[in-house]
Design a protein around this ligand. Structure first.
Ligand SMILES: Cc1cc2nc3c(=O)[nH]c(=O)nc-3n(C[C@H](O)[C@H](O)[C@H](O)COP(=O)(O)OP(=O)(O)OC[C@H]3O[C@@H](n4cnc5c(N)ncnc54)[C@H](O)[C@@H]3O)c2cc1C
Length: 501
């Protein structure tokens, strides 16, 4: 038999315990965050609800002002979680080629934005703490509506600046699996990645965003040229980064290209060992995912810059005027390329081909394209088959009976420096071959040939000369053009000369 006084006392204790339990919030391990002083606190309010849905705490980088409930003191507290700073590019992650945007510039921009965000958050946190001390009930701890932090959520998840998932990024190097690695000859490597190539118009896809064009130029064919940066690890904390222009190849011919059509493809010029960049490419292999030697680390796409050549000097200021002219449908383009310098020219030819295919049936377009392509031997010519095909495509060939409204001429002249000492200049299968090096006469004849054609509409008519090759080649050709009287200000401003680099 229990003493009635003891029974009453036990009842009182049980009732007090029940009341206390009812007051204590139910805390799941997920909703508990360690405070700066080491005690465990429970998240409360809407934040706790958000977290229990697994929305923010599982996320990589939620930051903001978090309302907490300290289990020891049983008081509401606030916790400030700052966003992580942007990652500083490592040594060698910039290719040194003045890309726009350069990875270091993006880092500086992100850092400035981060510092601003931290300043605002700290101010908002101090304000919210004061309000709490004064006993004002705060459902959410938000800064003033004018602040950039003003939002209905107290936890903010860092946004993905590139607004995409898993694709190529401008801010970081991301790994892409190598599908194929083929030697096309003893100094040319073909590397195909398991990611789609963008369309010739540069239509953005989830995997492949449009090239960022910060130069203020338009979106004409010339502005659509882009390259991608390939990064190799060079030692434990160092990188080697080089620019490459991807090309879209077709699955045909003797290269047995099945499975690579539409994939991001690079053609790489290899130099004799020892050559750091070439040796890095030689070490790549087609292998299982996760193995670093079977992945290419890529950043981009980056708009390929053009340097206009003016009388006597190279002017590095972009020409917005040129951009407008490029969009005109009448093109007289003279491309002068050497070796791997063909890749941006091919990209442009594909874009022009694409635009021509899309051209309005009743539109009046005309393209006069001359390509002078310099190599050592016939065996060194890149994309010979593809160039020939673009030139003779019956859908767009000059005065094709099937498509009389489209008119385009592509004339290709090869200049071979070593193999033709015993072959005179010749024309074979619609291809012209010259022996030796590019000369003033050849340039003069080609430019005159291009200018002789009747323009469709005089106001649209512009001659564009594009040069791409090794630095010494670019300098030699520029000098010859100036000698012939061509510069970006000649021919009543109807001539533009651009060095692609
Ligand atoms: C926008 C852009 C796009 C590019 N696209 C392509 C592309 O699609 N495909 C491609 O192959 N390259 C491309 N390049 C060039 C590429 O980025 C490298 O510069 C090239 O592979 C040379 O490597 P490197 O810079 O390490 O050579 P470096 O060692 O810096 O040499 C520079 C130059 O010296 C010469 N050279 C170097 N080593 C040797 C050697 N052993 N024997 C003979 N000559 C030598 C070459 O002419 C070389 O270009 C592109 C460059 C730019 C800027």
């Amino acid at each position: 038999m229990t003493n009635p006084a003891v029974a009453k006392w036990l009842e009182e204790i049980a009732s007090a315990k029940a009341k206390a339990q009812a007051k204590t919030p139910k805390v799941s391990p997920l909703n508990t965050i360690a405070t700066d002083n080491g005690s465990k606190v429970a998240l409360s309010g809407s934040q706790s609800n958000d977290l229990s849905k697994g929305k923010t705490i599982m996320s990589a980088s939620p930051y903001g002002i978090f309302p907490l409930f300290d289990l020891k003191t049983r008081k509401k507290q606030l916790r400030l979680v700052l966003p992580p700073p942007p990652t500083k590019p490592g040594p060698g992650e910039c290719c040194g080629n003045d890309c726009n945007p350069c990875i270091n510039t993006l880092y500086q921009e992100d850092l400035a934005e981060h510092q601003e965000r931290v300043r605002n958050l700290k101010a908002a946190y101090e304000h919210a703490c004061l309000e709490l001390e004064r006993g004002k009930e705060q459902d959410d701890f938000l800064p003033a509506p004018s602040s950039p932090l003003s939002t209905k959520s107290t936890a903010i998840v860092l946004e993905d600046k590139d607004q995409k998932t898993g694709g190529m990024s401008l801010r970081s190097y991301r790994p892409f699996k190598i599908l194929r690695k083929d030697y096309l000859n003893d100094n040319t490597l073909l590397v195909v990645c398991d990611t789609p190539m963008p369309s010739p118009r540069g239509t953005p896809t989830e995997a492949f965003p449009p090239a960022v064009n910060r130069s203020g130029l338009g979106d004409g064919p010339l502005e659509s040229m882009f390259h991608i940066l390939i990064r190799f690890r060079n030692g434990s904390d160092d990188y080697l980064t080089k620019a490459f222009t991807p090309v879209a190849l077709k699955a045909e011919g003797d290269r047995k290209d099945e499975g690579m059509e539409g994939k991001l493809t690079f053609m790489i010029k290899l130099y004799p060992t020892p050559h750091l960049t070439s040796d890095m490419f030689r070490r790549l292999r087609v292998g299982p995912e996760g193995d670093d030697s079977s992945m290419l680390y890529l950043r981009g796409p980056i708009h390929t810059s053009r340097t206009p050549l003016k009388d006597g000097s190279i002017d590095t200021i972009p020409l917005p005027e040129a951009a407008r002219k490029t969009r005109a449908r009448n093109h007289r383009i003279v491309m002068i390329a050497a070796g791997s310098g063909i890749t941006p020219m091919y990209q442009l030819l594909q874009r022009l081909h694409h635009d021509e295919m899309q051209a309005d049936r009743h539109g009046n377009s005309r393209q006069e394209i001359d390509l002078i392509y310099c190599n050592r031997t016939k065996n060194d010519i890149w994309l010979r088959q593809e160039l020939q095909q673009l030139k003779t495509d019956p859908a767009i060939a000059d005065e094709s009976p099937a498509n009389p409204w489209r008119r385009r001429t592509v004339r290709i002249q090869h200049v071979l420096s070593s193999s033709l000492s015993n072959h005179p200049d010749e024309k074979q299968e619609e291809e012209y071959f010259h022996s030796g090096r590019i000369t003033l006469d050849l340039l003069r004849d080609t430019l005159q040939h291009s200018l002789q054609k009747e323009p469709v509409a005089a106001e649209d008519d512009t001659l564009q000369i594009l040069i791409c090759g090794p630095p010494s080649f670019n300098t030699d050709v520029s000098r010859m053009l100036l000698q012939l009287g061509y510069s970006s200000s000649s021919l009543e401003n109807r001539c533009e000369i651009h060095i692609l680099e």
